[in-house]
Write a protein that binds this ligand. Structure first.
Ligand code: GRF
Length: 216
C-alpha cells in the first residue's frame, strides 16, 4: 500500500513512520511521497535525505484552498497513493478532499480526544488541570480532530510540567502510536462499528457488537 505523509514542520512523526516502514513494522507499505505546505519545513529535507520523494506544495500567491488541494490530490493520484497520513500538517482539509480519500486519511493529535481538539492541545491540557494526557491517532472526517479513534497512548501530567515538557513526553508516545495505528490500518485487520474501531478477532468483534448494540 502506497502512503503519503503530509507535514508542515519538524517531521518527527513522519520519520517515525518512515523508519517503521523501512524496518518492516508496517508490513506491506511504502512511503511514496512526503508533501509539505511549507517549503521551509525541516521534515522535507529529512525525507529527501532518506531517499523519499519530498514535495513542497505551498498555498502562495493568493491561491484558493481548492486550487491548493487540487494540486495535492493530483500529486497523490499520480503516485497511486492509497493512504494519507497527516503528521503535523497545519491545514484543515476541505470536505471535498476528505471525500476524495474517505476512510483513508489518518491524523495524530497530541491529546486524548475528544478532549482538547485544535491548536495548542498540550497547553489546553495543562490549563484545564487534567492529570493524564496523551495522543490519539484517528481517521479524518469533516470535523476538527473528530473522526473515529484508532489508538490512544497515555502519559501523566506532572505538577511541574510546562506545555513544552508535556509535549516532549507525549511525542515519545506519538512515535510509538502512529506506526502501530498505520500498521493496523494497512493490515486491514480491523472492523468499524459506528465510531468504534476494533481488532478483527472473533472475541473482539463479539464484545464490540454486544457493547455497541443491545443484543439482549
Ligand atoms: C505533533 O505533536 C502532532 O501530534 C501534531 O503536530 C506535531 C507534529 O510534530 N499534530 P512533528 O512535525 O511530527 O515532529
Amino acid at each position: 500500500m502506497k502512503l503519503a505523509i503530509l507535514i508542515s514542520g519538524r517531521g518527527s512523526n513522519m520519520l517515525a513512520l518512515a523508519d517503521a516502514v523501512r524496518d518492516g513494522r508496517i508490513a506491506g507499505a511504502e512511503v511514496a511521497v512526503v508533501i509539505s505546505d511549507r517549503a521551509s519545513a525541516a521534515g522535507l529535507a529529512l525525507a529527501a535525505a532518506r531517499g523519499i520523494e519530498a514535495l513542497a506544495i505551498e498555498r502562495h500567491g493568493g491561491r484558493t484552498r481548492e486550487e491548493h488541494e487540487r494540486e495535492m490530490l493530483e500529486a497523490l493520484r499520480t503516485r497511486g497513493v492509497e493512504l494519507v497520513c497527516l503528521a503535523g500538517f497545519m491545514r484543515l482539509l476541505s470536505p471535498q478532499f476528505v471525500a476524495a480519500y474517505r476512510g483513508r486519511i489518518l491524523n495524530i493529535h497530541p491529546s486524548l480526544l475528544p478532549a482538547f481538539p485544535g491548536l495548542d492541545a498540550q497547553q489546553q491540557a495543562i490549563a484545564h488541570g487534567v492529570k493524564w494526557s496523551g495522543c490519539t491517532v484517528h481517521f479524518v472526517d469533516e470535523t476538527l480532530d473528530g473522526g473515529p479513534i484508532i489508538t490512544q497512548h497515555i502519559v501523566p501530567v506532572r505538577d511541574e510540567d510546562t506545555a513544552e515538557i508535556l509535549a516532549a513526553r507525549i511525542l515519545v508516545e506519538e512515535h510509538q502510536a502512529y506506526p502501530a495505528a498505520v500498521a493496523l490500518v494497512v493490515s486491514g485487520n480491523y472492523k468499524v462499528f459506528g465510531r468504534r474501531i476494533v481488532r478483527k478477532t472473533l472475541q473482539g468483534i463479539k464484545e464490540a457488537i454486544e457493547n455497541t448494540f443491545d443484543v439482549s
